[in-house]
Design a protein around this ligand. Structure first.
Ligand SMILES: Cc1cc2nc3c(=O)[nH]c(=O)nc-3n(C[C@H](O)[C@H](O)[C@H](O)COP(=O)(O)O)c2cc1C
Length: 142
């Protein structure tokens, strides 16, 4: 059984909803899943998990959230080599550029990115909710 930790930041609840659906998909496939906001998590505890899923909306100008998620992720980078890592989040008016840039950082850290990550427009609708659950399933099976 794979051990998954989902660490996310969400301002208005959209990324939180994505995190919940990803967790559901992974749980349904038999993974054990811990879900925490970035404020609740520590970089040290990431070492206890096989798979780390990071979630952040697109903020600033196509960046991950800068006050909490950016320092957390930066501190985690040296620990990600050889790890399986998923990234996800919600965006508004852009085209998902923040997630592509984040994917590059994950790969540059020597981690194994699961798929291409998952970008969801604003609040997940029925179609994107299905994609969130499917990404959770993919995470559990990775
Ligand atoms: C300060 C701020 C900056 C944002 N910058 C971007 C951006 O660069 N590109 C984009 O597509 N959406 C941007 N958005 C929109 C959010 O990514 C979008 O509303 C998202 O659904 C918020 O997710 P959350 O509910 O998890 O906070 C921004 C929103 C805020 C509040």
């Amino acid at each position: 059984m794979s051990k998954v930790i989902v660490v996310y930041w969400s301002g208005t609840g959209n990324t939180e909803k994505v995190a919940e659906l990803i967790a559901k998909g992974a749980l349904d496939k038999g993974a054990s899943v811990v879900k925490k906001t970035v404020g609740e998590a520590t970089v040290a505890e990431l070492a206890d998990y096989d798979i780390i899923a990071f979630g952040s909306p697109s903020m600033g100008v196509e960046t991950i959230e800068e006050a909490e998620m950016e320092p957390f992720f930066s501190n985690a980078v040296p620990t990600l080599k050889g790890k399986k890592v998923a990234i996800f989040g919600s965006y508004g008016w852009g085209d998902g550029e923040w997630l592509r840039a984040w994917a590059t950082r994950v790969r540059d850290a020597g981690a194994q990115l699961i798929g291409e990550g998952l970008a969801v427009h604003e609040t997940p609708d029925d179609a994107s909710s299905s994609k969130c659950i499917a990404y959770g399933e993919e995470i559990a099976a990775s």
